[in-house]
Design a protein around this ligand. Structure first.
Ligand code: CU
Length: 123
């Protein structure tokens, strides 16, 4: 799963002729984002709560949602008009990286524990 991250690192040092490469990476959008394992922020779920409960990031950055909550299964999802994702069941010890491609204010919920909320502000 970390192949995409390595590709991005390999591209970065090239000074000339990289514009087209970078453009193609951006154009591939969500597919590239989901393939990448790199995340700028970590959110844990211990005690049936997202921690921190609010994260601010820039469009294109990612959050790693980590289930460190004992034996509990979580299921983070977001259903906004212009952006949505669904991690599916997050078994104990799992990490799911979610990229936020668009600016906006979003609320990530857990499909299993309705009180769990993660506010994400994307600039
Ligand atoms: Cu949960």
């Amino acid at each position: 799963m970390s192949d995409a991250g390595r590709v991005r690192c390999a591209i970065a040092p090239r000074r000339s002729g990289s514009a087209l490469l970078l453009a193609s990476v951006v154009a591939s959008g969500t597919a590239f984002a989901l393939a990448s394992d790199a995340a700028s922020y970590r959110v844990t779920q211990k005690g049936r709560a997202f921690a921190p409960g609010a994260v601010s990031l820039r469009a294109g950055e990612a959050i790693a949602i980590i289930n460190d909550d004992g034996e509990l299964v979580h299921h983070a999802y977001l259903d906004a008009p212009d952006f949505s994702f669904d991690t599916g069941e997050q078994v104990p010890g799992s990490k799911t990286v979610v990229h936020f491609p668009k600016a906006g204010h979003f609320t990530v919920l857990c499909g299993i524990h309705p009180k769990m909320k993660l506010a994400v502000s994307v600039k």
